[in-house]
Write a protein of this length. Structure first.
Length: 308
């Protein structure tokens, strides 16, 4: 796998699957020992909804998109060749082709369960328009690996209109007409630049709003998950407190029983000590009594055995 293959797989997925799939591919590359590829895959950005819809159309309706990209190639060739006829013909085809593709992008998004907001039409149109006038943009759209909508900030060159050769007597009027034509072309170019700059700023504002909306949605989802986690741990804490109270009461009861048992044990030990001491005293007294009895018996025996 290289980064192009990874991008082709990832940008063909629905947006909600992108991040987990990207991280899995990066982890797979890292496990295979290719840290550089893992870093490049990890750097791939999740597409906006509009970019994803254009990517999907590039995959599902490649023939329809191919007609627009072919028109763009012909327009660029005509600009370089300054072929006014081809430019005029391609210009007539351009607007309806882009309009049809805008509808196609909408249809593909809706079919996949991700309908687009009405404001998305401008970003789709600007992306397709950029693919017409810019070769690099055309390649990005063709591959279906956009992370963000495109816009073209330059201007569309107009063909140079060269007046036909005139007789020497009419040279001055011809020169004046040529200057007028150049001034008119310059005005058109300026107006075109201003129009595209206005569109670019509007698209940038919309992208910024969409990014902020996405950020807000992700933050709200995270807050909801955190709230659910807090509620789970609150329930766990409450149950732990109940269990702790039950165990504390049981320990206190057992401690009280143990104290009573120790008192009884101490009393029994004291009784045992007294009994042992008295037993010892009683044994001494018994020995002394036995000795006196033995002595008395011996004296009696002696008295009985003496002279009558």
């Amino acid at each position: 796998m290289d980064v192009d293959e990874a991008a082709d797989r990832l940008y063909g997925m629905v947006p909600e699957e992108f991040t987990s799939a990207r991280d899995a591919l990066a982890k797979e590359a890292k496990a295979a020992g290719d840290a550089a590829l893992a870093k490049r895959v990890k750097a791939l950005r999740k597409p906006t909804l509009v970019a994803w819809a254009v990517n999907r159309t590039a995959r599902e309706r490649s023939e329809e998109l191919g007609r627009l990209l072919d028109l763009g190639r012909r327009l660029r060739d005509a600009w370089r060749a300054q072929d006014a006829d081809v430019l005029a013909e391609a210009g007539r085809e351009r607007t309806p082709l882009i309009a049809r593709l805008v509808r196609s992008v909408r249809e593909e998004a809706e079919a996949a369960g991700h309908p687009l907001a009405p404001a998305a039409d401008l970003e789709i149109e600007q992306t397709l328009d950029a693919a017409v006038v810019d070769e690099d943009a055309a390649e990005q759209v063709r591959r279906g690996t956009l992370a963000r909508p495109l816009s073209y900030s330059g201007f569309t060159p107009a063909p140079v209109v060269r007046p036909a050769p005139e007789p020497a007597a009419r040279a001055q009027p011809a020169a004046k007409a040529e200057r007028e034509a150049e001034r008119h072309a310059g005005d058109e170019e300026r107006q075109e630049r201003e129009r595209r700059e206005t569109e670019r700023r509007e698209a940038e504002r919309r992208r910024r709003i969409e990014n902020l909306e996405n950020t807000l949605a992700e933050a709200e989802r995270a807050a909801q998950e955190a709230q659910r986690g807090r509620a789970d741990w609150e329930a766990e804490r409450t149950e732990a407190e109940r269990e702790h109270e039950r165990r504390t009461a049981k320990v206190e009861a057992l401690t009280a029983k143990l104290a009573k048992a120790r008192d009884k044990l101490n009393a029994a030990g004291h009784r045992l000590e007294i009994a042992r001491r008295e037993e010892t005293n009683a044994e001494r007294a018994a020995r002394s009594a036995r000795l006196r009895a033995d002595q008395a018996r011996a004296a009696l025996d002696e008295a009985r055995s003496g002279p009558q």
